[in-house]
Design a protein around this ligand. Structure first.
Ligand code: FES
Ligand SMILES: [Fe+2]
Length: 385
């Protein structure tokens, strides 16, 4: 199929997601031993709960009998959920242990149970091939529960494909336009940036030297250095880990005090922790947190930062929802890439490779059409599978 044919045959831009991956299903506190939680993770409706000894469990949210949702059921015994319809019970492995209207339990009665890991304040689920579910593959988000960092976050249920959020986070020049009242400034688009990558990670680094701090960062500098005025050196180091975790090292320091060379003592440093879980084709769970390494004991600062970032990300959500709508309403239009999309393009290449390996994407149909092209060559991004 020629490029032109592919362009003409495009009917919808739905970017698929890998299945063989750990995705965050919930914050740890959302999964309890009191009642199951319903959540769709990578197209899989799940019932999430904890056993009485605190172990998280993810079962398919459809009873073996007549497919009633187990998430509407009740938790009983040490580790079981009881179907709300005719009372079948399942243990944490998904095996049926009781059939109230039968003398014996049909030995084949079960529901799928998915691998679960609890790490970095999140419950992660693997909905793909369970033999590949290695807990060591959980992305590094250690700042979430390190004693050197403090902070909190929230979840956005965004009405857009998960890759649109990845694009958003890999190119922060949008801050100048979407977040002009808080973190945006013209220097974002003007500054040089570098992009590095390997088989499963991409890093985009940008330094802006001797600039005015935008309002969000000026406030944070004054939390650490009361009364601060003057210029700052600002950094954004965006780190993607496949398939959908992006941790961004952000901060500002008094200009000329050596932050670019590694001395950040005269600055404030945060990590924007983002992990995006596909829900359905056009929706995703966007888990985020803002962690800082100064004034660790101030709950007030934690709350102010969480609320501040919440406001910033609400601006992204408006844009992402509108973008998804425009994509759906213009199925024959293509994406084009600019220099600033270099990081996002490497992300798509990594995801394409994962999808091809899972047999879910034809190698001739990958979403970035020219893998050898430099971003300046403006390669097109087409529809994917
Ligand atoms: S549908 Fe669950 S017991 Fe009948
Ligand atoms: Fe944004």
């Amino acid at each position: 199929m020629s490029v032109l044919d592919r362009q003409m045959s495009a009917t919808a831009k739905i970017f698929p997601h890998p299945r063989d991956a750990w995705y965050v299903a919930a914050w740890d506190h959302e999964v309890t031993a009191k009642a199951p939680l319903a959540r769709t993770i990578a197209d899989r409706p799940l019932a999430l709960y904890r056993t009485q000894d605190g172990r998280p469990v993810a079962l398919a949210d459809a009873c073996w009998h007549r497919l009633a949702p187990l998430s509407m059921g009740t938790l009983v015994g040490d580790d079981e959920v009881q179907c709300p319809y005719h009372g079948l019970r399942y243990n944490s492995s998904g095996r049926c242990t009781a059939m109230p209207a039968q003398e014996t339990v049909n030995p084949s009665a079960s529901v799928p149970s998915f691998p679960v890991v609890e790490k970095h304040r999140y419950v992660w689920v693997w909905v793909g091939d369970p033999t590949k579910a290695d807990p060591d593959l959980v992305p590094d988000m250690h700042q979430m529960d390190s004693p050197d960092w403090a902070g909190d976050g929230l979840t956005i249920h965004a009405d857009c494909n998960y890759q649109l959020v990845l694009d958003n986070l890999m190119d922060l020049t949008h801050e100048e336009f979407v977040h002009s009242s808080s973190i945006g400034q013209a220097e974002l688009s003007e500054a040089e940036f570098s992009t590095t990558h390997d088989g499963s990670t991409v890093t985009v680094s940008r330094w802006m030297r001797d600039i005015d701090a935008p309002p969000f960062w000026l406030k944070n500098m004054r939390d650490k250095f009361p009364g601060f005025t003057g210029k700052v050196d600002r950094w954004q180091i965006i780190h993607f880990e496949a398939p959908s975790t992006i941790c961004i090292d952000v901060g500002v320091a008094k200009a000329g005090t050596g932050a670019p060379e590694g001395d950040r003592s005269q600055g404030v440093n945060g990590y924007v922790m983002n992990t995006i879980t596909p829900d359905r084709d056009r929706s995703c769970h966007y888990f985020w947190a803002f962690m800082r390494n100064y004034r660790l004991d101030s709950q007030l600062i934690t709350t102010q930062l969480r609320d501040g970032v919440h406001g910033v990300f609400a601006e992204d959500e408006v844009m992402l929802t509108a973008q998804q709508k425009a994509i759906d309403e213009n199925p024959d239009y293509e994406f084009y890439s600019l220099n600033v999309d270099a990081g996002g393009m490497w992300v798509r290449r990594i995801l394409d490779r994962m999808l091809v390996a899972e047999g879910r994407l034809d190698p001739g149909d990958v979403s970035v059409t020219n893998h050898a092209a430099a971003p300046a060559d403006r390669p097109r991004v087409t529809t994917g599978a």
